[in-house]
Write a protein that binds this ligand. Structure first.
Ligand code: HEC
Ligand code: HEC
Ligand code: HEC
Ligand code: HEC
Ligand code: HEC
Ligand code: HEC
Ligand code: HEC
Ligand code: HEC
Ligand code: HEC
Ligand code: HEC
Ligand code: HEC
Length: 489
């Protein structure tokens, strides 16, 4: 008996609470009886559920069932808002934390502040009305929580919502003729886009990469997609092991990238020539670069390396065996500064991964010979450098040799690049023809300068010595003459 009464009381209360909504809102009651679109949509509106009246946005007296009274400007009726008036109505509540708290809401109240900093607010029609208002992305009636799958800004719906404008060449080009309008087309071919189309809301939508209210131009340093900010933007998901658990991919991309030669250049030195995640994965087509396209991606910046590789016997061999081109020897997220250790047939060298004395022998011997040549060039540069420093410290004029040291170092860099041809003759030509020839001439010049220094220093000593000896000899000679004179006397 008791049990039944408790559950029926709950049911009764629920029924009452449902019918309370809109019960006192005379605007809603009259409009619902007319059956207009606004009131039909309003029934599922989150504002309706919070007992907010039509007058919350339109003003007027919601206690009168007389249309003339209810919708009278003297009673605060504002009519249908247009342009910037729309957002002004919304932010009356949404930028006032006290009002929002009265409704029991803990939502942020910074939307308008953020929108005012966005690229969208910078654009206006007829100079006054900004092109986006709150209703552009949230609708005016039938607004639901952003976590509700019916919301236009629910993750799965965002790409369509943004694309109503961004897909329209006519509309977009009237504001910015140089802005591409292919983001959606590219996006739906990406791993992210395909998952979103399949209903997986965990994949990145437009707002995950660009923000919601604070969307900025990609060239704005505060944009989430400004090169130095991109790794952090992607890593919100890709470094979150719990979030990515259901996918079978690693979550170490950011960790590896941030200590790589590229990551250090981008994040520590702010070097915008270094790649961010999107340089290799694309902006909207975010996919891992396929086996054949990796060298193309790397080759957009490392042009010479890619050219030499393409002309080498490795090109065909790698293609046939489906080895990724650059990644096979350098890896990809954790690429480090290339050192001579990579070259040759030692344990850490890359050549020995595929070449040995038994297998693919020619590459083995060439790797070995290249390494020994490049080591000797390094040693010669070191010696030449030491000689130049020595001569300089001794105060000798050596600027010409010093200048040539730069040529030698340049030859060393060229040598490292020439490795990619795996053509021993060309490699040797640079090491010997350019590198060793230069170091030899530096060594000659520096040695000559040093000899010169010693010649001058010891030359002086010797002449002082000779002069002293002469002086002493002269002294004794004069003495002996004086002594002879005395004897004669
Ligand atoms: C007794 C019925 C009635 C009540 C009460 C009423 N309305 Fe209306 N309202 C109408 C009718 C009918 C129209 C259409 C009249 C027209 O097209 O001129 C209308 C039109 C509107 C419009 C559109 C005006 C336009 O310019 O297109 C808005 C907005 C509106 N009402 C809001 C409200 C609000 C807010 C309240 C309460 C403060 C309210 N109404 C109360 C009947 C009512
Ligand atoms: C959350 C704010 C808000 C509330 C609450 C609201 N409206 Fe509106 N209404 C708007 C805005 C904004 C427009 C301007 C049209 C637009 O931007 O699409 C509008 C436009 C209208 C129009 C013009 C025609 C149309 O449909 O666009 C009518 C009629 C209307 N509202 C009636 C109502 C009625 C009736 C209610 C209550 C049942 C109501 N509105 C509640 C914000 C609101
Ligand atoms: C360019 C589209 C766009 C415009 C314009 C826009 N919003 Fe949003 N809004 C979004 C998106 C997308 C989200 C969802 C963010 C998320 O899922 O984290 C959102 C979320 C919200 C939320 C939920 C809480 C929060 O801040 O995340 C509120 C409230 C909100 N918007 C209000 C507004 C108001 C008020 C305006 C006008 C001043 C406005 N929005 C203008 C796209 C927009
Ligand atoms: C009278 C005050 C008031 C006005 C005016 C108002 N809102 Fe709200 N809005 C609220 C309250 C209260 C909530 C519920 C907040 C909650 O559940 O935490 C809400 C919720 C929302 C949400 C859902 C946020 C979420 O994800 O939980 C959106 C979106 C939203 N409003 C947009 C708008 C837009 C757009 C306008 C103008 C057309 C507008 N609001 C006008 C008070 C208002
Ligand atoms: C009402 C139409 C409209 C909607 C809806 C819209 N945008 Fe835009 N957006 C524009 C216009 C117009 C520009 C160009 C402004 C300029 O170049 O000054 C722009 C610019 C941008 C830019 C800057 C591009 C650059 O120059 O680097 C980004 C990013 C962007 N929008 C993303 C979004 C996202 C994400 C959404 C959805 C949440 C969205 N937009 C919704 C009209 C819209
Ligand atoms: C995975 C992250 C990501 C997603 C998802 C994403 N973008 Fe982008 N978006 C970028 C990056 C990165 C850039 C380019 C930055 C640069 O040029 O340096 C960009 C650039 C833009 C631009 C500037 C013009 C251009 O094409 O370069 C617009 C506009 C834009 N995005 C809109 C969108 C829209 C609309 C969506 C959803 C359909 C979307 N983006 C989804 C990352 C993303
Ligand atoms: C909102 C979370 C989120 C953000 C932000 C995000 N991603 Fe993703 N990304 C995912 C999910 C989920 C997958 C699906 C993983 C899968 O299916 O293997 C994915 C897949 C990928 C893949 C394909 C991986 C594979 O081999 O299947 C690449 C590449 C990728 N993302 C790059 C990026 C880049 C670059 C950025 C930043 C510009 C980025 N993502 C931002 C969630 C995100
Ligand atoms: C220098 C180019 C480059 C940069 C920069 C780069 N990636 Fe990658 N990424 C690759 C290559 C190459 C692959 C592997 C392709 C393959 O083997 O199929 C890959 C694979 C991935 C994958 C698939 C899973 C995996 O780890 O193999 C994800 C996810 C990913 N990258 C995200 C990122 C994120 C996030 C960043 C930025 C922090 C980033 N990438 C920076 C080149 C790059
Ligand atoms: C957006 C241009 C860009 C892309 C794409 C790019 N790199 Fe780089 N890379 C750089 C820059 C710039 C540096 C120099 C960083 C520094 O040392 O400050 C560099 C450095 C390197 C180094 C170290 C060079 C040295 O002197 O030791 C290697 C190795 C390397 N990249 C390999 C790759 C590979 C492999 C890929 C493709 C998976 C790739 N890079 C993609 C720009 C790029
Ligand atoms: C067969 C292995 C191998 C492949 C494949 C390979 N590299 Fe290398 N790479 C090396 C070795 C070994 C060195 C280091 C030479 C040294 O420092 O002695 C090097 C050095 C470099 C350097 C630093 C020297 C320089 O030229 O500035 C860059 C950058 C580089 N590689 C980029 C690439 C790119 C881009 C690709 C793909 C087109 C690629 N590598 C493919 C083995 C390889
Ligand atoms: C991922 C495996 C792999 C790596 C790493 C690799 N090679 Fe090769 N290399 C091959 C294959 C496969 C061939 C073609 C088979 C052959 O001709 O021996 C080849 C061919 C060659 C050739 C041409 C041989 C001929 O017969 O004309 C030379 C030279 C060579 N490699 C040198 C090197 C050097 C030097 C390195 C280290 C910088 C290196 N390779 C690293 C797989 C590799």
């Amino acid at each position: 008996m008791k049990k039944i009464s408790i559950s029926s009381v709950i049911l009764f209360l629920l029924l009452i609470s449902n019918s309370i909504q809109g019960q006192n809102d005379k605007c809603f009651i009259c409009h619902e009886s007319i059956g207009d679109n606004a009131s039909v949509l309003f029934k599922k509106d989150i504002h309706f559920q919070k007992n907010i009246s039509c007058s919350g946005c339109h003003g007027g007296n919601n206690q009168s069932d007389d249309m003339e009274v209810a919708m009278n400007p003297r009673n605060g009726y504002l009519g249908v808002p247009k342009g910037d008036q729309i957002s002004e109505r919304c932010i009356k509540c949404h930028s006032n934390s006290e009002t929002m708290r009265k409704y029991g809401s803990k939502l942020p109240t910074n939307q308008i502040e953020q929108i005012k900093n966005s690229v969208h607010w910078q654009r206006s029609t007829k100079g006054t009305e900004h092109i986006v208002q709150c209703t552009t992305c949230h609708n005016a009636h039938g607004i639901v929580s952003v976590k509700n799958p019916a919301s236009p800004v629910y993750s799965l719906n965002i790409p369509k919502t943004c694309s109503t404008c961004h897909n329209s060449a006519v509309f977009m080009h009237s504001y910015n003729p140089s802005l591409p309008v292919d983001q959606y087309q590219k996006y739906i071919t990406s791993v992210h886009g395909k998952l979103i189309l399949k209903g997986d809301s965990k994949a990145a939508d437009c707002s995950d990469c660009h923000g919601a209210h604070d969307i900025r131009k990609a060239t704005d340093v505060k944009s989430k997609v400004y090169p130095t900010n991109i790794p952090a933007t992607c890593s919100v998901c890709h470094s979150n092991t719990a979030y990515m658990k259901s996918y079978k991919i690693p979550t170490d991309q950011f960790d590896k990238f941030s200590i790589s030669v590229h990551g250090k250049a981008l994040l520590e030195k702010n070097d915008l020539n270094a790649p961010a995640c999107n340089s290799c994965h694309g902006n909207h087509g975010a996919t891992p670069p396929g086996v054949e396209s990796i060298s193309k991606v790397c080759g957009t910046c490392h042009v010479l390396n890619a050219e030499l590789f393409s002309g080498s016997p490795h090109k065909q061999a790698f293609d046939k065996k489906k080895y990724p081109e650059c990644e096979t020897c350098h890896k990809y997220h954790d690429i480090v500064t290339a050192s001579n250790e990579l070259l040759g047939v030692s344990k850490d060298a890359v050549c020995s991964k595929c070449h040995s004395e038994k297998e693919n022998r020619k590459g083995y011997y060439i790797g070995m010979k290249m390494r020994s040549l490049i080591d000797s060039l390094d040693a010669e540069i070191k010696t030449a450098n030491a000689l130049v420093n020595d001569a300089e410290q001794k105060g000798m004029e050596i600027s010409d040799a010093k200048f040539k040291l730069r040529d030698a170092n340049q030859a060393k860099l060229e040598t490292k690049t020439m490795v990619h041809s795996v053509d021993f003759e060309k490699f040797k030509e640079i090491v010997s023809g350019k590198g060793l020839k230069t170091t030899n001439s530096i060594k000659d010049e520096a040695s000559a300068a040093i000899d010169n220094f010693y010649f001058r220093r010891y030359g002086l000593l010797v002449s002082v010595l000779i002069m002293s000896i002469l002086a002493i000899a002269l002294y004794f000679y004069i003495k002996s003459i004086e002594r002879g004179k005395k004897k004669i006397k």
